[in-house]
Design a protein around this ligand. Structure first.
Ligand code: ACO
Length: 338
């Protein structure tokens, strides 16, 4: 076991609560449609808080809960698909905010799987002896990329941040399993800024091969909003969490039935329920907060961990599978002792 246990957790959710009833005021939908298809009743949306602010608050809370001196944090990893700046990175902004002055800091780009990817990286830096403590902060203002005229996506997402400090002293990591499937990435896409400069003549020297292929699925991909093929994402997500959960349990020599908590990316209640059925475990072992926070992308798992810490479910010695999946496609899981 790598001594990279969860020493402290923190989270931040904005105050603005948007109910399904509120959503039905802006798009043609209903509370009944949203709750039965997704399990979401309400979500939090930023009241203007930047991503770095939410991340810094969550990070300060995690550091306080861990009792670790910020100056002994050797690495700050941040995950976000919705930063405030292209640069500096979210990790560097949070590093400065929390006073982790002896750390190096960088962002991990793995969409909704970001937290699991970051935790895996953290555990390997700790195992190598290069650093002792790692701060992982996941913060998302996914509302920035949401088209509130598109009822098939806007009802899903919420903003928020979660953070953990990992290191020696409590629990640790038994096994991890990370995978990516770039060829399947066209089912969940959000375009970044287009090329634009004064010498662009619009003719293109060699337009062959410049099209990513994402436009084949989404021909209207000309803005900065999320595009999703919901049914394909659903199938991928269930397959991904089952495969990665079984893989980490097999590697650690632990039966899936011996896992106390399944802390999975909160994308959709139906994904969690299908995963529970296929894994043969009861929903009572699944941590579920989708109903009141919506899908907060990479922040969803650390927010769940912080909720567990606050409501007493984070019991030392318990085993948990953390499983993420998202755009890329990316997915993966970790088996940890809390
Ligand atoms: N309210 C009412 N009707 C809606 C809504 C809505 N909010 N959204 C879509 N519909 C309609 C569609 O227009 C369509 O109507 P039509 O038959 O007249 O054309 C009908 O409902 C069915 O649309 P589908 O897209 O097929 O709906 P589906 O049953 O697949 O449910 C959903 C959509 C909930 C998104 C589902 O595909 C799903 O759970 N996908 C998983 C993807 C997911 O959760 N992604 C999260 C983000 S990605 C991530 O975090 C990794």
């Amino acid at each position: 076991m790598i001594e990279a246990g969860i020493l402290g957790t923190g989270s931040y959710l904005p105050d603005v609560v948007v109910t399904n009833q509120d959503m039905s005021g802006i798009v043609e939908t209903s509370d009944e449609w949203i709750t039965t298809r997704t399990g979401i009743s309400e979500r939090r949306l930023s009241s203007g808080e930047p991503t770095w602010f939410m991340g810094a608050v969550a990070a300060r809370r995690a550091i306080a809960a861990s009792g670790v001196d910020p100056k002994s944090i050797g690495l700050v990893l941040a995950t976000t698909g919705t930063p405030d700046y292209f640069f500096p990175s979210l990790a560097c902004i949070v590093q400065a905010e929390v006073g982790a002055d002896d750390a190096f800091a960088f962002d991990v780009g793995a969409a909704c799987s970001g937290f699991v990817y970051a935790y895996d990286i953290a555990s390997k830096y700790i195992a190598s002896g290069a650093v002792k403590y790692v701060l992982i902060v996941s913060a998302e203002n996914i509302s920035k990329l949401t088209n509130y005229a598109d009822r098939s996506t806007c009802i899903l997402f919420g903003d928020g941040a979660g953070a953990v400090v990992v290191g020696p002293g409590r629990g640790g990591v038994h096994s991890s399993y990370l995978r990516s499937d770039g060829k399947g990435g066209d089912v969940l896409v959000c375009r970044a800024l287009p090329i634009s400069h004064p010498f662009l003549d619009g003719t293109g020297r060699n337009p062959e091969g410049w099209d990513s292929g994402f436009q084949d699925r989404f021909p209207d991909l000309d803005d900065n909003y999320i595009r999703m093929d919901g049914q394909e994402v659903y199938k991928f997500a269930v397959r991904a969490v089952v495969e990665s959960t079984q893989a980490v349990c097999a590697e650690a020599g632990i039966a899936v039935s011996e896992v106390d908590h399944f802390v999975m990316h909160q994308a959709n209640m139906r994904i969690l329920e299908a995963a529970a059925r296929r894994l043969g475990v009861g929903m009572d072992r699944f941590v579920v907060h989708i109903g009141e926070m919506g899908n907060a992308s990479s922040a969803s798992i650390p927010i769940c961990l912080d909720n567990m810490a606050r409501d007493g479910r984070m019991k030392p010695g318990d085993k948990a599978v953390l499983a993420g999946f998202g755009a890329g496609l990316t997915y993966g899981a970790m088996l940890v002792t809390l």
